[in-house]
Design a protein around this ligand. Structure first.
Ligand code: PAN
Ligand code: ZN
Length: 192
């Protein structure tokens, strides 16, 4: 007899972007990613309160058998110095593994890079579907003044490689200048 998984239902709260019965919730605070921000004085000051920057609501447990993983990510509004709150960003370990993001709430940017230095940024607004091909690292940035919430779908066996981004950073930064988001080259990017 073939083994069939059971169909699954998750309910997104469309007002907040959260999933109440999530199988797993990942909470990332500034202390989990202080090295990712440029302005280390701002990091030091903010670490006193160590704000939550974002939460990820996963619909399946880490050791599940389902072929797809799905999650809602909710990034709070805020800045560390001039840099907006953002995700750590990662490559998928499997360089063939793509991902799709669908934005439901808020306003942001997705910044992507390949190992050989190609970069791409795209806007994230409610209704935007961002397709991240295999081989592209991806980071999301909340450039608005309310939570940025997006739904993600990716192959369950993709794996996450955070070290590549933690060591080298992203070639592009998204900063606030005169109240507006601007995309600028990262002067500390290791590949430059
Ligand atoms: C997303 C991300 C989520 C948090 O579900 O994992 O937005 O970003 P970091 O994982 O970079 O902290 C995804 O891209 N999954 O593959
Ligand atoms: Zn991903």
């Amino acid at each position: 007899m073939p083994h069939h998984l059971m169909p699954m239902l998750s309910q997104i709260d469309l007002q907040h972007g959260t999933i109440k019965d999530a199988a797993e919730v990942i909470v990332r605070r500034l202390s989990d990613m202080q090295g990712h921000y440029q302005d280390q004085n701002a990091v030091r000051d903010l670490l006193q309160e160590d704000p939550i920057l974002y939460r990820v609501y996963l619909t399946t447990p880490p050791d599940h058998e389902y072929q797809w993983r799905t999650a809602m990510s909710v990034i709070e509004p805020g800045k560390v110095g001039a840099e907006y709150y953002m995700t750590k960003g990662h490559f998928h370990k499997d360089q063939q593994a793509p991902e799709v993001y669908l934005t439901l709430l808020g306003k942001g940017q997705i910044v992507m890079q390949t190992h050989d230095g190609q970069t791409e940024t795209q806007p994230m607004l409610p209704g935007a579907v961002n397709y991240i091909p295999g081989g592209w690292a991806h980071r999301t940035i909340n450039t608005g003044d309310s939570p940025l919430a997006f739904f993600a779908v990716w192959p369950a066996d993709a794996g996450h490689d955070y070290a590549g981004v933690a060591d080298r950073g992203f070639p592009l930064l998204v900063l606030e200048e005169n109240g507006q988001p601007v995309v600028v080259p990262n002067p500390h990017y290791e590949g430059s």
